[in-house]
Design a protein around this ligand. Sequence first.
Ligand code: NAD
Ligand code: MG
Length: 390
Amino acid sequence: MRVSILGATGSVGASALDLIGREPQLYQVEVLTAHRNAEALAQAAIRHRAKLAVVADPSAYATLKAALAGTGIVAAAGARELETAASHPADCTVASIVGVAGLAPALAAVAQGRRVALANKECLVSAGAHFMDAVRRHGTELLTVDSEHSGVMQTLEVHNRDQVAKVTLTASGGPFRTWSTAAIAEATVEQALKHPNWTMGQKITIDSASMMNKGLELIEALHLFDLQPDQLDIVVHAQSIVHALVEYTDGSVLAQMASPDMRVPIALALTWPTRRATPAARLDLTKSPPLTFEPADEVRFPCIRLARDAMQRGGGATAALNAANEVAVAAFLAKQCKFGHIAEIVAMSLEALERERLLDEPQGLAAIMSLDDEARRVAAMALSALGRRA
Ligand code: NAD
Ligand code: MG
């Protein structure tokens, strides 16, 4: 199987390469891409005998070219080269770039009409209708690489799709699950980056701390599984062992469980519908801590409500939510705002865009990207307004 990985130097990319490295006879690595870490990318490309390595940032090209000299691996750089690389023939393209930066490359992979293993949830939050339309048009096999959604995929009975009553995604609750609103508002970057159960990239780790991640995942599930907003729910489950629950009209609930290891959903997306062995720790429920379930607290975690409102509002609201959140998370990581400001920036941005009547459904990629730009501009203004207030 020919595999390409967009975002090969990230957390999901590294887990995918780990699986590939364990069964090299199954896979031929075609393209690996990264933002600007040329050395890490070159190492991965050499180790996995990739054909092409691409950095999105042209300033990293010289380093990449030098590191690949004499290997026969082609080096390339820039946004256009990244998109071209994403359309390089592959039986499965893992889309694991973080943020809307990964949207155009993911769509280029979708246009191949083969298999896309989608980790980059921002694609569906920002451009869900457009993305799913492209998937249908090209006859692409879209498989999710998000643990909760993989859980849904495994428990959705194809023959009973119209008997699905409710889909529930579990949330670990993140590092601030038991914190007060006041303490959360003042949380430091170091505290927010300490996720109790998963090791992931910085952006999704901050999203997990604010629980915006679960809000994004509701919108992701809406599009992936063609559900209505009122069929989607979340529950806090601190142990991250049950990943999703699908309730049917007869009252039966199917749940998917696995130890929290992204290699389980990644492996399944690579080899679906077949399962292959993974190195993930086996579950022993007699030895695991008690499994607990509690409602999500939208007062302490307002990002959940913001995402839910945007999902219900529809149109361009989820694209704006995503862009404003990307700006807010980057500002928090750069210590330009407090943790509590993330939700405020998102809320202020959505309100401003609604006032300016800019939240109609954008038609096509150019319109989505221009709404994304506009939302980033408004979010930057909200950020500086909060700075003046502080
Ligand atoms: P990460 O930050 O570890 O890696 C991101 C990858 O994208 C890196 O290879 C980076 O070089 C590349 N990248 C970043 N910005 C880019 C840009 N502007 N242009 C081109 N490439 C760029 O992130 P991650 O944790 O691996 O997450 C990747 C995606 O998968 C995110 O959308 C995240 O929400 C989703 N996801 C991650 C996990 C997880 O366990 N890490 C689980 C579920 C879903
Ligand atoms: Mg998830």
